[in-house]
Design a protein around this ligand. Structure first.
Ligand SMILES: Nc1ncnc2c1ncn2[C@@H]1O[C@H](COP(=O)(O)OP(=O)(O)O)[C@@H](O)[C@H]1O
Ligand SMILES: [Mg+2]
Length: 340
């Protein structure tokens, strides 16, 4: 059941080098200016690389943030600039190890600050927007608001922002990137509140999310895809996953990348993760197809665990029941087993 990082899981040095080269040096300049007030003499302009390393020192060691996890030289700037804010806000006290560097994000296991009430938390740091490779992301964006870093929808009258996003200016790309991340964060908030099996969300910044951790100090929870379940447990967990799909639908959400790879398993308990591409079940014309794909993938995994089911029948039943449902309707526990 245990799974440790293989070197292939992490971002390559080349990735971090590219990140550094393209890093928004402006932000760092601003941060440095704040940290160095009052500015006594003119500071000559520096290369993005120099600025990033210097900023890492300022935010990091001088600010007291000196993680146990020792990133590569290139990863350091990325790590400290992404997680320094959580340290400054007294949400984390340390970064213990890297869980995984995936195609969309790198996840770190952090020691939680006592104020969170947790021992460990997961920090998911998004790849900068320009490196993300979601093909056809318009499919997921349809019917979704563009979210600001405060989680508010950008107004249709805010032409400046909408134009920048449309023209893909540097600012527009950052706005779109933040929106993607905020959809994950606000979905976690709504679903956690609704009692779904998702990590508890603690905080979000422009490019990172802090949430509950699945695993312990030594290792992260493996994905269900790597777990072989016995019959009774498979039967039970299939129902739990379907119940969670129902909770999502009640909240007008479809995961849109649900599979045994995005369900973590720890001590018999499962947690659904990875929500940036959630779609709204009411406003996305592909909602039915996307739901169908999610349910089919889940059914395929559980069929391999000895729980056969009719994915089509489950989708149709869910769709008939929830595509018109209001999220405020009370959840009817008696009827919740969609597997029947
Ligand atoms: N809350 C968490 N607790 C423990 N591990 C996590 C958590 N969230 C993500 N992970 C690990 O990080 C990996 C990548 O996270 P995920 O959200 O799936 O991003 P992506 O697949 O888009 O890179 C997951 O497959 C899982 O191994
Ligand atoms: Mg994933």
């Amino acid at each position: 059941m245990s799974r440790f990082l293989s070197p292939n899981d992490s971002h390559s040095d080349e990735f971090y080098e590219q990140f550094e080269a393209r890093f928004d040096a402006l932000n760092i300049d601003r941060k440095m200016r704040r940290l160095r007030k009052p500015k006594l003499k003119h500071i000559p302009k520096k290369s993005a690389d120099e600025v990033l390393h210097e900023s890492a020192d300022v935010v990091g060691l001088e600010g007291g943030f000196n993680p146990t996890y020792k990133p590569s030289r290139h990863e350091e700037g990325w790590l400290l600039s992404s997680l320094g804010a959580f340290y400054d806000q007294s949400l984390i006290t340390d970064v213990l190890y890297m869980v995984r560097g995936g195609k969309e994000a790198t996840v770190y296991c952090c020691a939680a600050h006592p104020s969170t009430g947790e021992k460990l938390v997961a920090a998911k740091v998004y790849r900068p927007r320009m490196f993300r490779q979601i093909r056809n992301d318009g499919l997921y964006r349809e019917g979704r608001a563009l979210l600001t870093s405060e989680g508010h929808a950008v107004r249709k009258t805010d032409h400046r922002i909408l134009r920048a996003v449309g023209k893909k200016t540097g600012f527009g790309v950052q706005v779109a990137h933040t929106s993607w991340l905020m959809h994950e964060y606000t979905s976690l908030q709504a679903l956690f509140k609704a009692g779904a099996a998702v990590p508890k969300p603690f905080a979000a910044t422009d490019n990172a999310i802090l949430m509950g951790y699945c695993g312990d100090e030594r290792m992260a929870a493996p994905a269900l895809s790597g777990i072989r379940l016995d019959d009774a447990e498979a039967d039970e967990l299939f129902k739990v996953v379907l119940r969670n799909i129902e909770i999502m639908l009640r909240n007008d959400l479809i995961h849109a990348d649900l599979s045994a790879y995005n369900i973590l398993y720890w001590e018999g308990v499962i947690t659904l993760i990875d929500f940036p591409q959630v779609v709204t079940s009411r406003d996305n014309r592909s909602a039915y197809t996307i739901l169908h794909r999610d349910v089919t993938r889940v059914c395929e995994y559980f069929a391999r665990q000895g729980v056969p089911s009719d994915a089509q029948a489950i989708v149709d039943r869910l769709w008939a029941r929830y595509s018109q449902a209001s999220p405020d309707e009370p959840f009817d526990d008696e009827d919740e087993d969609a597997a029947d």
